[in-house]
Design a protein around this ligand. Structure first.
Ligand code: MN
Length: 355
């Protein structure tokens, strides 16, 4: 179990071990975290297309369904995305000699898929590789590339694919690969605005556009493809946003009832969090969503040097400095009380690790 955290752009040498693992495998399964996003999905289809062009058998098996605004990615690499309840998906994992987790660094982020992966790994013959950019990796894979400097997992996959191309002496970035990676970069940088949008990220984006990614079309497909139900949810949610702590904290609770009334789905809530941070005075934004099983999904966002992943960590979650999340076992009332108490203490510079 090796965790690499170089903290800077990886050179060809540093990708070597990762490339060896990929090149020596025959049947690869790619997966990403629950409630997949553009970074995880875009990285998956890009890496899948590259590995396929090298003659590998590649499947994508995800723990939760693909949000409707990303289903166009399925066509890019001509690869099906299964959910973990299908026999076919479980069969794919049983056949695999390498499972690659993208855009997550904790086992539990794979949901039920880890049960199958962990089991197959214990039987022997299955290796696990993790490529990610979140803080606080858990040591569970054979090799973990965990680089928090990266704007996105897509940025790391770009470097990996470039290193593969250098080793094999051929161009690996087809228009499909470029499109997947562009989706990953665009979504995780908030359309090239977030703090980790370095000059290098713009250079990669330029290269991807040169190699066939269409920024206008991709933006339209990802952001202007809302279902009417999502718009109804947005309307209902905006009017419920609360500002507390003199406007330094914004929060919102979305109940199952609100999802039902508006006809929206869990993944429709993803578009709401940015509005919580759209008020200039807000330092910490908290979005809580009641899940069908009664648990509460919490997403944190922050401005500047506020490490909201520290709050998420208390509840077994994690993420980035300015974007993190966790799952609470508590029912809504208690979840709101507990989380908002923590946020208040945290904002005021108190140590919450012992509270
Ligand atoms: Mn990401």
């Amino acid at each position: 179990m090796i965790i690499t955290e170089y903290g800077r752009k990886l050179g060809e040498k540093e990708w070597e071990q990762c490339i060896d693992m990929l090149l020596s495998s025959r049947h690869v399964v790619l997966t990403t975290h629950m409630n997949s996003d553009g970074d995880g999905l875009g990285s998956e289809v890009a890496l899948a297309a590259v590995l396929r062009s090298l003659g590998k058998d590649v499947s994508i098996v995800n723990p939760t369904e693909v949000p409707s605004n990303y289903t166009f990615l399925k066509e890019i690499a001509d690869i099906g995305v299964f959910d973990d309840t299908s026999e076919e998906a479980i069969g794919e994992i049983a056949l695999a000699d390498l499972v690659v987790l993208l855009d997550a660094n904790l086992r539990e982020r794979m949901g039920a898929i880890w049960n199958h992966v962990g089991f197959a790994r214990e039987l022997g013959g299955l290796k696990v590789l993790c490529i990610d950019h979140h803080l606080d990796p858990e040591d569970f894979a054979d090799l973990m590339i965990c680089e928090t400097y990266a704007s996105s997992t897509g940025e790391l996959i770009y470097d990996l694919v470039t290193a593969i191309g250098a080793r094999l002496g051929r161009e690996m970035i087809t228009p499909g690969v470029a499109e997947g990676l562009y989706v990953a970069l665009m979504t995780d940088t908030g359309s090239f605005r977030f703090p980790k949008t370095t000059p290098y990220v713009y250079r990669i984006a330029g290269d991807l556009v040169e190699k066939g990614a269409d920024p206008n079309e991709i933006y339209d497909r990802v952001y202007n493809s809302l279902r009417p139900e999502a718009l109804r949810l947005l309307g209902a949610a905006l009017s419920e946003i609360r500002l507390v702590e003199d406007g330094a904290v914004s929060w919102l609770f979305i109940s199952q009832e609100m999802l039902k009334t508006t006809g929206s789905k869990l993944f429709d809530t993803d578009l709401i969090i940015k509005y919580l941070l759209s008020v200039g005075s807000v330092r910490i934004a908290v979005l809580m969503v009641e899940l069908p099983d009664g648990r509460t999904k919490v997403s944190f966002r922050s401005r500047g040097d506020i490490y909201v992943n520290e709050i998420a960590k208390r509840y077994g979650g994690g993420g980035h400095k300015n974007a993190a999340g966790c799952l609470l076992q508590y029912a809504p009332d208690k979840a709101v009380r507990v989380v908002m108490d923590d946020v208040r203490l945290f904002l005021n510079g108190r140590d919450i690790s012992t509270s």
